[in-house]
Ligand binder design. Sequence first.
Ligand code: CA
Length: 220
Amino acid sequence: MANKTIGISDELAAYVLQLGTREPDVLARLRAETAAIPQHGMQVAPEQGAFLALLVELLGAHRCIEVGTFTGYSSTAVALALPDGGQVVCCDVSEEWTALARTYWREAGVRDKIDLRIAPASDTLDELIASGEEGTFDLAFIDADKAGYDGYYERCLRLIRPGGLIALDNTLWGGKVIEDGADDADTAAIRALNAKLASDERVTMCLLPLADGVTLARRR
Ligand code: CA
């Protein structure tokens, strides 16, 4: 979840897509192809792609991390916004889904900006830390297994520079964060992280009700 912003009508979502996203043709094609995959709900909403691209520009970002690449929508959006020489380290465990991402990275002309690491993201992030890359990234986007979010957040907080930004997806988790009966592990993980972020003095933060909830945390 979810391909559109939570709580708005399909008609309003269509309006946002039409006038609010400037979605490149290559991303529209990727979205159409991903729609045929049963797990397509894992793809970010088009307005999130546009938002991430804008964040890249605002930050003047050169180096980005993505935890959870899936079929490549967000990484392509980010890479298109990066200047020449920019880089996205993409963490995922699925060869199958990232094969589609590779196709679209090539089609979008951004393949040389992508550093795909097929491994558990925690391992990849630990390797980056071990190789002395702490404080060298501008932006991290976390959108993977929810139980792993806290660990990814802590590692990304070390890897981004002061003033760098972490964006965490699905922090409203389909509204389950406030449902009394929702006591599954994923919901519990998101709730715990939201509570932690709300008072985390290491960052300035804001939970945006964009798509399924996007929390921005800027390292102080
Ligand atoms: Ca997501």
